[in-house]
Design a protein around this ligand. Sequence first.
Ligand code: CA
Length: 684
Amino acid sequence: MMDIIKTLPLRKNGRSRPAIASIGVAALVASSLMAVHGPAASAADGDNVVLAADSPYVQEFTELYDKIHDSANGYFSPEGVPYHSIETLMVEAPDHGHETTSEAFSYYLWLEAQHGRLTEDWGPFNAAWDVMEQYIIPSGDTYKAGGYDPGSPATYAPEFGEPSEYPTPLDFDVAVGQDPLYDELQSTYGTDDIYGMHWLLDVDNVYGYGECGDGTTQPAYINTYQRGPQESVWETVAHPSCETFDYGSENGYLPIFIQDEQYAQQWRFTNAPDADARAVQAAYWALTWATEQGKASEISDTVAKAAKMGDYLRYAMYDKYFKQQGCTSPDCAAGTGKDASAYLMSWYYAWGGSMDGAWSWRIGSSHNHGGYQNPFAAWALSTVSELTPQSSSAQDDWATSLDRQIEFITWLQSDEGAIAGGATNSVGGAYEAPDSGLPSFYGMTYDEKPVYHDPPSNQWFGFQAWGMERVAEYYYVSGDAKAKAVLDKWVDWAIENTTVGGGDYQIPSTLSWSGQPGGDWADGSTSVDNSGLHVTVEDHTTDIGVTGAYARLLTYYGAKANDSDAKTTAKALLDGALMHKDAQGISVTEERADYNRFDDVWSSGDQQGLYIPDGYTGTMPNGDEIAAGKSFLDIRSFYKDDPDWSKVQDYMDGGPVPTFNYHRFWAQADIALALVDYGMLIGS
Ligand code: CA
């Protein structure tokens, strides 16, 4: 029997809403030149490149790079794994700061690519890939993938709206489609191992799961989100990726998520496609810069691994159960091959199997978010020979994906310019009939807030900045007029909603949405009337990571389109961010009003708080009891020993909203990348 755990990986819950720190006088000083050896000009667009290795912004990059690598600052574990944040008391997408994500690894690679660009030292880039491969790409005999049938990749289990509707029953009567990638991947690589990152690690083994029940191995593979769009981080049960029944109940954690007559020991992993695509993106730039230096051979093995990652990343294009596109009922047609592919970057792909190797499974995801798309990676994987995956249909798949992703964001672009939520091939996660009047994209239904609703996935401006930064880089290297058209409108909107001046700045934070795309988009479509699809900026932020992504997209767009508004806004944002330097990096003060959810207990009234099914009782590795009526904090009592805990306890006792100056790895990297890209492309 095949037990399938539904998986929902990385989400961005913690939109930071920082207080506005007091602003002094900008102090960006161009002093001594960086020691830069070799070519200083950047690659793609000679028209707009300034010889700028002596830019003060490049110098700021190096200063920040050094802080990130200063062991006294605590960005890396003893194994060399980048933490999600220096600070341990941290709950947003991960539920602890010393967890890490595939996202952090992808930024680590990019940071080291930039380091190689400036110093011609490619050792750190290769080393970053090696650490990633060792710790967050599962492989080996522990995770046997036996008994896989590509004609029946998984057993269907419906998703539900609320965690309290779980565990979900397996339904063997719903037809699932064929996995068209298995045979060619097997032929190319000769292994059942999937070359993709799992999304989440407990780096310090804070929970105590270790690896496959040993309790001690660190970093440890774990997962959290499993129970539909209303399961916020506060409602998750962190559990081991390798389920050996050593912790939790006599059947481990499985009965919380899945309903079965007999439970089997098993392992399962979930990939966050935006992170793997970002790793490919970083590899492209490393290849470009190393080639300029005549040093491409120094990273050729790593670049080949990036191409391999891109081969497997195609699983993210597929419907969860390989149903044909346009599915509106559990009885809809099973896919027979590429007809199950949306050619988009969906929210995840996942894989797993029994500990005894008797069976294994693979799934895609039916839900597609506008902010997850990466046309740059699709372009690199389909046009750059060193990055083109070896499997026979991979180049065509990525070429199709490139076009489809640009079409997708065009279809989703609001009247104002921001990109709306996305589309799903499985309404409600259960192949429900869509509401009449909802438009479709290649048969998939418009989804205003794909994947998660607590909080809604369409309200975080960071998805705008991340997604459009990739489009801007793609436009920079390709000159694609369709990408430029989307960017022209998006950039105008974003700059209109950004304030800079005197070193201060404010960028959009929370967005609200109304309306929908003005029509269906099918093969051959070039536009729809989106005059009824609207976005409003609800509030603003100085969030460092998002500011970095935003400044960087303005840099690439401004350089290529020679747009002075974009260039000057990028510069002002970076100057503003640099006023928030501290000993460990760049940080602004954030209020975390949501930390009052630490001790929320589930109630049938509001359906919020940690839900544990009646009748389930179990124990966390540290002895914390898992049972109905317990809270996020109750099953994570280690938080009470955190050095920052008193701030949260005071808040829950009626005190002020706690504030933090976080140093997230991805955010430090994103602002660092913005600094060096601005310095190299625009200069000063
Ligand atoms: Ca909820």
